[in-house]
Design a protein. Structure first.
Length: 572
């Protein structure tokens, strides 16, 4: 049974061109104007840099030590661009930017094939106005890329079951699930979509007779083959090497970072309702408001594909809600399909007038907040200077332009509708222009304060004698990324006290060795009062310790661990 709608080719491609152009301007604005910002970006960029520098692509490294927290696909994408261009600063944001445009394309194409171009356009616009989508598209975190692979997988399953049969698209769906797993372990989430499909089929509400056959089992085989392409080298080296780090990497990434992390998370512990209270109301605005409409539910009930997609979105949110560890970005993979469902059901029914008033009210709030921020910047309040430093006028200018943008949008909208309402497209123009201003102006205004490790590493280089060596303990990855010299560290995975003990032993062996570390009450083997104060960065107080700061003795570490950062090329 096929639901595919005939496509007017000219209108389809004209609309697609303008949507991709708008998406490109919003997402790509600001690329090359900032460095990687904590918390995650410096780590991923440093891993990509070391892949190219070391030539070790199967075992990602952070400071010469294996990095087992995430599979390698995302870092590979940055490393390949770095290898081709020689510039990380201009390329580290590109993988997610491109991946997000592909996600936008999939949503548009599905909307057009399943319903019509009006639905496709509205679904794509809804996706672009949802804050979470653009936030992740403009960062170097893994989730935008895994959301892309998951969206392509959903695209393939929909093409097969609701538009097809299309066996090749079905296999592609499983192939991209494999890429998703190798990007972040949750790439298998499209499998949940088979639950409503099988329920529809076996309750005889919607038959998939042509799609249901033994060839379905080839899909999991394709997924398994994709995983084996990476797993076989990992298993080979881990079982044949005498280096215990290979085995530790294997066990960590295959077990600790997957099932154990889901069931027994050790960070970002949140209550089960976290996504419903703290994420969706803000980062999925205003999509969910369109569900408060009888017409929405009427159209949803009449569409098996829309109902199946909404059930899948719910299953994804429930899946992440059951894990104790939660972050805002975890549910991003569900957002594109949610935008598609909302776009379809709202385009086929009348949108309530109060929704447009809510958009107008939101625009007024944003304009007011930006105007107030201008004065706060000029007053140099501590909350502002922590973000941009003492020179606050660039951020004040950014806020002023942003406020002017929203005032202009509201003025034009209210002239067209005297009852103070904004259409979705007018609201989208305001959001899009705000993102462009943010990328082109806020990036350079905030960059220096968001990357204080650069200034600290420059000060370290100035304070030590030429030819000296620097060790790093209790560190953040940005110190590795922005260092102009190779650094030695004592295992990021070791406890702070074990790092202190290893650092003391390393410094004792040779003169002209220094230790960069955090100022802490539990610092072992060193006298912090004798260190050079480097100031506060990334909410930590940093010290440079020389031989005069070493205590006369120090307990032996349980295991001697030293890792030398692979340099060859520095971040540029």
């Amino acid at each position: 049974m096929s639901n595919e709608m005939p496509l007017p080719q000219k209108q389809y491609y004209q609309t697609l061109f303008w949507l991709l152009m708008i998406g490109f301007i919003i997402i790509f604005a600001g690329i090359g104007l900032r460095d990687p910002w904590p918390a995650d970006e410096p780590r991923f960029v440093e891993v990509a840099r070391e892949m190219v520098a070391s030539g070790n692509w199967f075992f990602p490294q952070r400071g010469g030590e294996f990095y087992p927290d995430k599979p390698p696909i995302f870092m590979w994408s940055m490393a390949i661009l770095y290898l081709l261009t020689g510039s990380l600063s201009w390329t580290f944001l590109l993988p997610n930017a491109v991946a997000s445009l592909i996600t936008l394309l999939c949503v548009y194409d599905l909307g057009a094939r399943l319903w019509n171009i009006k639905v496709a356009k509205k679904a794509a616009i809804l996706l672009l106005v949802a804050p979470q989508f653009v936030i992740q598209a403009k960062t170097a975190q893994i989730d935008a890329m895994v959301a892309c692979w998951i969206t392509i997988s959903m695209y393939g399953l929909i093409r097969h079951f609701f538009i097809g049969p299309a066996k090749l698209w079905y296999l592609f769906a499983w192939f991209f699930m494999g890429l998703g797993v190798l990007t972040k372990g949750v790439g298998f989430l499209p499998i949940f979509f088979l639950i409503p499909i099988f329920v529809l089929h076996y309750t005889k509400e919607y038959r998939f007779d042509a799609q249901m056959n033994m060839q379905l089992f080839f899909g999991p085989l394709v997924l398994f083959m994709v995983l084996l392409a990476w797993l076989i080298p990992i298993l080979y080296f881990s079982y044949t090497s005498d280096n215990p780090d290979f085995a530790a990497y294997r066990d960590n990434i295959l077990f600790k970072q997957t099932a154990e992390r889901y069931v027994n998370s050790w960070g970002h512990i949140k209550p089960w309702y976290f996504f419903f209270v703290s994420v969706i109301p803000f980062l999925w605005f205003p999509l969910y408001l369109l569900m408060i409409n009888k017409g929405f539910w009427r159209e949803l009930k009449a569409s098996p594909v829309a109902m199946s997609l909404l059930i899948w979105v719910g299953l994804v949110i429930v899946f992440f809600s059951l894990s104790p560890g939660k972050r805002n970005l975890y549910i991003l993979p569900a957002l594109p399909m949610f935008a598609l469902v909302v776009g379809a059901c709202c385009s086929l029914s009348q949108v309530k007038k109060w929704f447009n008033k809510v958009l107008a009210f939101t625009g007024m709030i944003l304009a007011l907040v930006l105007l107030i921020s201008v004065f706060l910047c000029l007053l140099k309040l501590p909350a502002i200077t922590r973000q941009v430093g003492e020179t606050t006028w660039p951020l004040a200018l950014v806020c002023l332009i942003g406020a002017g943008t929203w005032i202009s949008v509201l003025y034009v909208g209210f002239r067209q509708d005297k009852r103070m309402r904004l259409s979705l497209y007018q609201y989208g123009i305001g959001i899009g222009l705000t993102w462009v201003v943010y990328g082109l102006m806020a990036y350079p205004a905030m960059n220096e304060v968001r990357t204080p490790a650069k200034a600290i590493m420059a000060k370290v280089q100035q304070d030590i004698a030429p030819g000296s060596e620097v060790g790093l303990a209790r560190f953040k990855e940005q110190f590795l990324l922005f260092s102009p010299m190779p650094l030695v560290h004592f295992s990021y995975l070791a406890s702070p006290q074990e790092q202190d003990k290893n650092a003391w032993l390393w410094m004792k062996e040779k003169p002209n060795r220094y230790l960069l570390t955090q100022k802490s009450d539990d610092l072992l083997c060193f006298e912090s009062s004798k260190g050079i104060d480097l100031g506060i960065a990334h909410r930590r107080h940093w010290l440079l310790l020389g031989h005069d700061a070493m205590l006369a003795s120090c307990p032996k570490p349980q295991r001697i661990q030293r890792y030398v950062q692979v340099m060859k090329q520095i971040y540029q």
